[in-house]
Write a protein that binds this ligand. Structure first.
Ligand SMILES: [Zn+2]
Length: 342
């Protein structure tokens, strides 16, 4: 393998997937990169960023073929980064649509077969040595379109690399899945989510970044939503009032915060979901703390341990009520009253 050192690497932007990147470096080093890849894993863990960086590496005009790197400055790199590279094709869910239509692959009726992804891929590359396709939300490709894409997937034009991205790979047609090499993306480690939040200026301190990261379950998308000022406000209200102070005043504060999210049911339900997540986090923290105390002090902490466990049960009950479409404010009010009476 040729040594290629530039100091900085385009892969530096991809966090938390070192093993996947290393696997790709080896595959490219041996000239064995699969031409059909399914990048599968939870939403918000960096699959799209990974696909973008991989595309840039595959299109770069300066790095040797057996090195998975991009110079960042050649014409191909610059246009790939700007998403204007003529050999980089992207298919995603059209705005306002629920599925990716056939036309995205074979063109609209009037120009069927002379536009769309399958046609584009069949043409000679215009700038780089190959064409690269990224199909985002691959599980939303409609069955007709998926069938039209099968042949291209099975016999891609020479050098072409097709990447399918999916949060729900199990809902892809088995015929599609079986033609791709599946690459699994795990949730991001908390430390990486925390570092990304700080990098993006979405958290004010390392402590806050760590707390938000812990709640995000390894998804930068979730962490970004958690860092939203409105959601942050909800979290502060929960941490300030739930489990402390008089039940009525606490319930009033939390219901007020939920109602401030919007007067419509969907906004209030979304706010309630955050309240549940923050309460659960609060009591899980307590439970963890109490378990340690319990080990040291013996039965003295037993009562409090039981209370925290009961609080988590009470939370699940409220969650189930919301799931049954009960109006949000009364459920939250009764929940916080109960929690603060304990
Ligand atoms: Zn380049």
């Amino acid at each position: 393998m040729t040594e290629f050192t530039t100091g900085e690497s385009v892969w530096d932007a991809v966090r938390g997937h070192d093993a996947v990147v290393a696997g790709f470096r080896r595959a490219v080093g041996r000239g064995r990169l699969s031409s059909a890849l399914l990048l599968a894993g939870p939403a918000g863990v960096g699959k799209r960023l990974f696909a973008d960086v991989l595309a840039q590496c595959l299109l770069c005009l300066r790095t040797p073929d057996d090195v998975l790197e991009a110079c960042g400055t050649c014409k191909a790199c610059v246009s790939a980064a700007a998403d204007t590279h003529p050999d980089l094709h992207r298919v995603r869910l059209p705005e306002g649509k629920r599925e990716i239509p056939l036309a995205a692959f074979v063109g609209e009726k009037e120009d069927r077969g002379t536009s769309g992804l399958c046609y584009e891929l069949s043409r000679r590359p215009a700038l780089s040595e190959r064409r690269v396709a990224i199909v985002e939300d691959a599980d939303l490709v409609n069955p007709q379109a998926a069938n039209a894409f099968l042949k291209t997937l099975e016999e891609p034009p020479a050098g072409a690399v097709l990447m399918l991205l999916s949060d729900r790979p199990e809902s892809l047609l088995p015929t599609i899945r079986s033609r791709c090499q599946t690459v699994r993306f795990a949730p991001l480690p908390d430390a990486d989510v925390a570092a990304l939040l700080l990098d993006k200026g979405l958290a004010e301190s390392p402590g806050e970044a760590e707390q938000v990261a812990r709640l995000s379950r390894g998804s930068l998308d979730a962490a970004t939503r958690l860092a939203d000022p409105e959601v942050r406000g909800l979290r502060e209200v929960v941490r300030k009032h739930v489990g402390r102070g008089g039940p009525v005043a606490a319930a009033k504060a939390v219901v007020g915060a939920v109602e401030a999210a919007g007067s419509d049911a969907p906004s209030q339900r979304a706010a309630a979901a955050w309240v549940f997540a923050f309460c659960a986090d609060l009591y899980r923290d307590r439970l963890a703390g109490l378990s340690e105390e319990f080990l040291e002090d013996g039965p003295a902490a037993a009562d409090r341990l039981e209370h925290a466990a009961a609080a988590l049960d009470r939370l699940s009950e409220a969650e189930a009520q919301i799931a049954r479409n009960t109006s949000v404010p009364p459920v939250i009010e009764a929940l916080v009253c109960d929690l603060n009476r304990r």
